[in-house]
Write a protein that binds this ligand. Structure first.
Ligand code: F6R
Length: 265
């Protein structure tokens, strides 16, 4: 795992945008796995700015989102379909036919999950998977005790996740309890993973994911087995790491040919 620690949320977001931009310029038809939630909003804003002001193009890219609530109409303001449209898709030149989210209103949820996996395979697999992390260590909606080999399926949200997401819905009683999520196994097959975390409420989950044991009780810990995983954290999300000094040293002394970040602006 590569651990990058940035001073604050904006610096984390810019650094993540550099990572995505570098990947996209190397491979314009990049297949990108996308996350929702508060964490990647700054990344999406910065990518949209680079599209607008610097000509960064997503015209040949394909996207697959991690998850969607079950039972919310796709045009509900809190559906992940709406979230992605408002926070990213409508600001860049992605081809709508190549943006994918699970259909949380499918009549046959199991068939929808199988079709989503098949669509990822048909696109050639995910090149770069962007991830956030829940304060219980979930990635996607793979809650603690999720199989580390799981595929796209229905999951029941924990009470902790329902409470954490209540802020978007104006109350925990309005948060759906079920979601379709790609599995830990699906995420694991991405060629590169990029996990972002910001804020002190993520510090324990980040420490467990990076320095704790590999365990289904912290699904993000599965990333320890991934051979190309970068975490970009802000200072407050990194405070629980015992080897923070070492990670900074590794990053600061990285050979030039390994660097992907743009010079500070
Ligand atoms: C959502 C997703 C979740 C979030 C996690 C953190 O697509 O994949 O795993 O990344 O719940 O959410 P925020 O960023 O709102 O703290």
């Amino acid at each position: 795992m590569e651990i990058v620690i940035k001073p604050d949320y904006d610096a984390m977001s810019r650094c993540a945008a550099d990572f995505v931009e570098t990947s996209l310029r190397r491979k314009p038809d990049l297949v990108i796995g996308l996350a929702t939630g508060s964490t990647p909003l700054g990344l999406y804003r910065e990518l949209a700015r680079r599209h607008r002001e610097e000509g960064l193009s997503f015209a040949h890219a394909t996207t697959f989102n991690l998850d969607e609530y079950i039972g919310l109409p796709a045009d509900h303001p809190q559906s992940y379909h709406s979230f992605m449209r408002e926070s990213f898709f409508r600001h860049v030149d992605l081809d709508a036919s190549r943006t994918h989210l699970p259909d949380g209103n499918a009549a046959d949820i199991a068939a929808e999950c199988a079709a989503y996996e098949a669509a990822i395979r048909a696109a050639g697999g995910i090149d770069l998977q962007v991830l956030g992390i829940g304060n219980d260590g979930h990635i996607g909606f793979n809650e603690p005790s999720s199989s580390l080999r799981s595929r796209t399926r229905i999951k029941t949200l924990t009470e902790q996740t329902v409470r954490a997401n209540a802020r978007f819905f104006g109350g925990a009683d309005k948060v759906p309890h079920h979601a379709i999520t790609v599995g830990v196994g699906t995420i694991f097959e991405a060629r590169q993973c990029l996990l972002l975390a910001s804020g002190p409420d993520k510090a324990a989950a980040v420490a467990a994911a990076v320095e704790g044991p590999l365990t289904a009780m912290c699904p993000a810990s599965a990333l320890q087995f991934h051979d190309a995983c970068t975490l970009i954290l802000d200072e407050t999300a990194a405070v629980g790491l015992k080897r923070g000094r070492y990670y900074r040293y590794v990053y600061d002394t990285k050979p030039a040919w390994q660097q992907w970040e743009k010079p500070a602006r």
